[in-house]
Design a protein around this ligand. Structure first.
Ligand code: FE2
Length: 298
């Protein structure tokens, strides 16, 4: 199970997006309307930061390229077809997100950083509790004292870094300290990946894929009735030849947990999925296909 994915140097639009933000906050004789769009999001003892809908903030052409790249990545790797409406947020001195979980916004949350490479502030990291912290006594070993990084992942807001994580895990943003200047702030675009369904590239059509996967999905619900309760998402990729055979099966992501803490059952289920989906016969087509399939367990 890997609840966090980190992609550095994600977008070739990073500098253009950053530049637009800087221009809006620079001193102008003519005050731009973009300077008045910020909402102070404050929930006592929980959230404190400035935010605005990212979609409306940036010039269409620049933003659209970033957005398309993000959506395309989500389709290919997660089997999620879209993202929720995106937010642009900045955090200056004292601003933070205290620990929380986001359920059921979508199977994956994402944070894309436009924070300056040279940071003048401390904090502003994304923190996410580690799976072993959430199963503390199962993983307890009597040894020397442990500190923060043993219990949580701490992810720096590096410029142009996309962090994708399982939002069921308790997470937040550590308080920013040391700057009151928006131009030096922690600056991120964020949201959730949504609309999980098979994503197809190549000769097969989505309808053909749906039809052929349907029997496997029905069988799987029968298998699940024999097992204990699972929660989470997996995505897998099938490479399908033009003849319709599956030539390769690949796990892409996996956030599956057994609510009865039965790890053997997770292995059993994954083995079943691998064998069953690898044996799917698709129709003959003019060219090979790649099919990304998300499976949600609730
Ligand atoms: Fe969150």
């Amino acid at each position: 199970m890997k609840p966090i994915l980190i992609l550095n140097r994600f977008s070739n639009q990073a500098s253009a997006l950053r530049q637009h933000f800087e221009e809006n906050f620079s001193i102008h004789k003519d005050i731009r309307s973009e300077r008045f769009v910020w909402d102070y999001w404050y929930v006592k003892n929980q959230y404190q930061f400035m935010r605005t809908p990212a979609y409306y903030y940036f010039p269409k052409k620049i933003y659209q390229q970033f957005h398309s790249q993000l959506v395309q990545w989500g389709r290919e790797v997660l089997g999620c077809h879209d993202v929720s409406p995106t937010w642009l947020s900045y955090y200056v001195d004292g601003m933070e997100q205290r620990m929380h979980s986001d359920v059921p916004h979508g199977p994956w949350a994402w944070v894309y950083s436009l924070t300056p490479s040279k940071r003048e502030f401390k904090g502003g990291e994304t923190f996410i509790l580690k799976p072993q912290t959430l199963q503390y006594w199962q993983n307890f070993v009597e040894e020397e004292n442990r500190e923060q990084s043993s219990y949580m992942e701490i992810i720096q807001p590096d410029f142009n870094r996309l962090t994708v994580f399982d939002p069921r895990f308790p997470h937040g943003v550590t308080p920013v300290r040391g700057t009151s200047d928006p131009l030096q702030a922690r600056l991120v675009i964020h949201g959730w990946f949504v609309e999980p369904r098979p994503y197809v590239v190549g000769g097969l059509t989505p309808a053909q894929v749906q039809k052929k996967l349907q029997p496997a999905l029905v069988e799987m619900s029968g298998v699940l009735q024999q097992l204990h309760h699972f929660h989470g998402t997996v995505s897998l990729r099938l490479s399908v030849t033009a003849k319709g055979d599956v030539s390769r099966f690949q796990w892409l992501t996996d956030t599956l947990v057994s609510l009865s803490q039965n790890e053997t059952e997770i292995k059993q289920l994954k083995k079943w999925i691998q064998v069953r989906f690898s044996n799917t016969c698709f129709p003959k087509t003019s060219s090979a296909s790649q099919v990304t399939v998300p499976l949600l367990f609730r």
